[in-house]
Design a protein around this ligand. Sequence first.
Ligand SMILES: [Zn+2]
Length: 362
Amino acid sequence: MPGRDAGERVRAAAEQALDRQKYVSAIDVLVGMNLLSPRDLEGWRRGQIPQLERVVHCNLNKLSEAMKLLRQWASERGLKPSETVYMTQGRGGTRRPLQFSVSGDEDIERAYRTHYVSTELSEKKQQKLLEKASAPKEIVAFLILHNSKCSECGEELPRTSFLTMEGSAPLCLACADLGHLVYLPSGDAALTRRAGKYSALRAVVVRFSRARGRYERQGLLVEQAALEQAEEECLEDEEVRLRRRLRDAERRTVEDTALAGRMTERILELYPRCPPGEARAIARHTAERGSGRVGRSAAGRALDEEALRLAVTAAIRHNHTEYDTLLMQGADRLDARKTVRDRVTNVLTEWGPGTACKVPDA
Ligand SMILES: [Zn+2]
């Protein structure tokens, strides 16, 4: 790396990255200065190169100077330093943090991991950006539309088979170490989420849509065991939900019965000469509506004297007058109520302890 204009080159690469993606990383600068090839970067990201510094075309002193220049530039530009996590991605194995430096020194590692973020963006946008930058990239498997051929084992890959790309080389799943994965098509969001989570190695399956001119997600390739665990949990969830529904229904029935019993007692206190069978019917009907539809507080309110009077009045209107017939004949509701009001009052008086209450029209 030429010494004299190093600062200028660092700045140019950094400005370009900032302009493009609103943040700058050490890697952006190294790639921008042609000190790191995208191919080597990819190899390091896949865990094939143990330390990034080994493939940077520049000695360690110059490299450390470039890092210092980047820090200075970022500080002058008022960018916000923010640490990210770099994890291995790609073929085989479990993910692990990537190492940048030959020495493994924690300060140097942190310097490489630090992204400098534009403060022009809202905090939320900055956060999103960092999450995106630090999230390990997904392995993509293509559901191919045309016949192809594995560049490693030479196997013919007919259309609708899976294929991955390593650089520009097509690989069959077996050569890409993905051969043991099973295909889970999209459709069940919970199952997909769980299977993806439990699968240490997975790939997103995409297919090119000619109609829309873009690749579209079709599903996931996941480990068999992960899929089984996910399926089991989803089934359990369904069972739990079913059991809960039954339990709730049972609880409601018990509550309804208890409420109806109390309600019957209250109705008979208010209307001692109401036939007990009718009092029970009114209570049962009111209790069901009270607890099932509007919950406990409404059920409690249903024991109020006024609420019970209204329930009894409504029952009398329906069962002891021609009210329902009038409604069926298309009578106006308030007119019909007026027509049957005297009859309702008479029944209330018959049933009641003494004075009948005023029968509401509305
Ligand atoms: Zn192959």
